[in-house]
Write a protein that binds this ligand. Structure first.
Ligand SMILES: [Fe+2]
Length: 343
């Protein structure tokens, strides 16, 4: 069987079709809306097509897919939505865009802490939001999120926008653990310690440490693996080598973990194919591909993280169910504005 790959960029939206050489062969299809980068999931989707004969139509966008599903309503072609954070999964459920998928194989493969209690969404991978510490200028081996607001770090911390979903997840987890008042104080203290204006992405925070602009940065684990193995932009290897990962933890709060995940569209035109894809993504072979390709922690506990990820050592993830964190994201976003974090 042969594949062809066609790509179109439409107004920043990336559309990929993985289809068979003749229309007759591609009788079965599944439509995927993805907030996850095509380069990351295309190998998985190709394997799915090879194994099942189901062609995948992939629509990628960094923003706006949920809004698009709202507009499309009952005519939405989206069978499966893939996200890079739990906030958007919860948002999609709240907006009535999902339907429950209670499936034995998925339940076996995805621990319940990483699924919606009503099975409207399921996690696929975990990533920890950690501290990248300068190898040169930071000598301690442990840290807590709370400590990042300590004046001893004044002018030494770099972070991307407080409104980015990854930071909203962290701030929401802190609200869940420590309450809103303490979280507001913490955000105010953290803002006072920033070396530069919040900007860029997680990788550029490592670059700022490398450049000597800050001593600590807050970023997701997998970007370290991405940078260390980046042969197209080898300067990123230098950024990564300038830092080491410290997993923040205190008696009040373990290391914050977010998930990437999936859900079945409420109006999925191919629900059975969508469920097949979801089952495939949670099973060990796809989990292993995901773990190796993107340096994330598989949610499937029978699958080991990659060697690079294991080299960062063990950590204690915060034990709050992921769905309990997401419900504070709106408050987190309001707090970011209240303290003028990004100003
Ligand atoms: Fe990311």
């Amino acid at each position: 069987m042969s594949f062809s790959l066609s790509r179109r960029a439409i107004l920043g939206m990336f559309v990929t079709s993985l289809f068979f050489s003749s229309a007759a062969e591609a009788a079965e299809t599944v439509n995927v809306y993805s907030y996850r980068q095509p380069a990351l999931i295309e190998p998985l989707l190709k394997t799915f097509t090879q194994e099942t004969g189901i062609a995948v139509n992939l629509i990628f966008a960094e923003k706006g897919l949920i809004e698009r599903m709202v507009q499309e309503g009952a005519n939405s072609p989206a069978d499966v939505l893939l996200t890079a954070d739990v906030g958007r999964l919860v948002e999609a459920k709240e907006k009535g865009l999902s339907q429950p998928v209670k499936d034995d194989a998925i339940t076996r493969n995805v621990p319940s802490a990483f699924s919606d209690p009503d099975d409207h969404w399921h996690g696929l991978t975990m990533r920890a939001r950690v501290v990248y510490a300068s190898r040169e200028r930071v000598h301690q081996n442990s840290i807590s999120y709370e400590e990042l607001a300590d004046p001893k770090w004044k002018g030494k911390i770099c972070i991307r926008s407080g409104q980015h979903p990854y930071n909203l997840g962290l701030i929401a987890a802190m609200i869940a653990r420590r309450g809103e008042e303490k979280t507001k104080e913490w955000l105010t203290g953290l803002k006072a310690n920033l070396a530069i204006h919040p900007s860029g992405n997680d990788r550029s925070q490592a670059k700022s440490v490398f450049a000597g602009e800050c001593a600590l940065a807050i970023a997701n684990t997998y970007y370290m693996g991405k940078m260390l193995t980046n042969t197209e932009e080898p300067e990123q290897q230098e950024w990564a080598k300038a830092v080491r990962i410290i997993f923040p933890a205190s008696s009040e709060m373990g290391t914050h973990v977010n998930i990437s995940g999936m859900l079945l569209g409420k109006y999925a035109p191919h629900p059975e194919n969508g469920k097949k894809l979801m089952r495939f993504l949670a099973a060990p072979p796809a989990q292993s591909l995901y773990a190796e390709g993107n340096f994330e922690y598989p949610v499937n506990q029978s699958v080991r993280p990659s060697e690079i990820v294991r080299s960062w050592g063990n950590f204690t993830p915060d034990r709050l169910p992921i769905g309990d964190i997401a419900k504070y994201e709106k408050r987190a976003s309001a707090l970011v504005d209240e303290v003028g974090f990004d100003n």
